[in-house]
Design a protein around this ligand. Structure first.
Ligand SMILES: [Zn+2]
Ligand SMILES: [Zn+2]
Length: 154
């Protein structure tokens, strides 16, 4: 587990290598998400940002998120329309360099965990899509169910 500071330094380095500017707003939004173990909606992010910067406006958050998503530093969880900082940039890229994570979402408590997509699964999906002449983009997989804690309860 890397610290927030390390993760921010890595993100900055990655952006520099790609010729992108890691602006103060982008850095702050990423820092906010790194500090949250669970996904946050854009408005939750805005609230957290306003705690540090009272005048912050929604476009600041949306523009920063757009940038962070393009650079795979943050993931969008479609099912809950929220955002999660990537827990391991680069470590679950496929051969083509695509970041292809999988999310395990607990329907009872909302716990969301990012795990690397198993390579067998990745290959099977690519093979199947290929049969239909379809090229898969970078859409992450979202798997719903119950986390270990919620299975034990009741
Ligand atoms: Zn990731
Ligand atoms: Zn749960």
């Amino acid at each position: 587990m890397v610290s927030t500071e390390q993760a921010l330094a890595q993100a900055e380095q990655q952006c520099q290598q790609q010729g992108a500017r890691f602006t103060a707003a982008r850095r702050r939004v990423l820092a906010i998400l790194l500090a949250q173990p669970q996904p946050q909606t854009a408005y939750q992010i805005l609230d957290l940002l306003r705690a540090e910067q009272p005048g912050a406006q929604p476009p600041t958050v949306y523009r920063a998120l757009d940038f962070l998503l393009r650079h795979a530093l943050v993931h969008r969880i479609e099912s809950t329309n929220s955002y999660l900082a990537c827990n391991s940039p680069h470590t679950h890229d496929d051969d083509a360099g695509h970041h292809w994570p999988q999310f395990l979402l607990c329907d009872a408590c909302g716990d969301t965990r990012e795990v690397p997509l198993a390579s067998e699964l990745r290959q099977a999906l690519a093979r199947q899509a290929n049969e239909y002449g379809f090229h898969i983009g970078q859409r992450p997989l979202e798997v719903h169910g119950l986390c270990p804690r919620c299975q034990g309860g009741q």
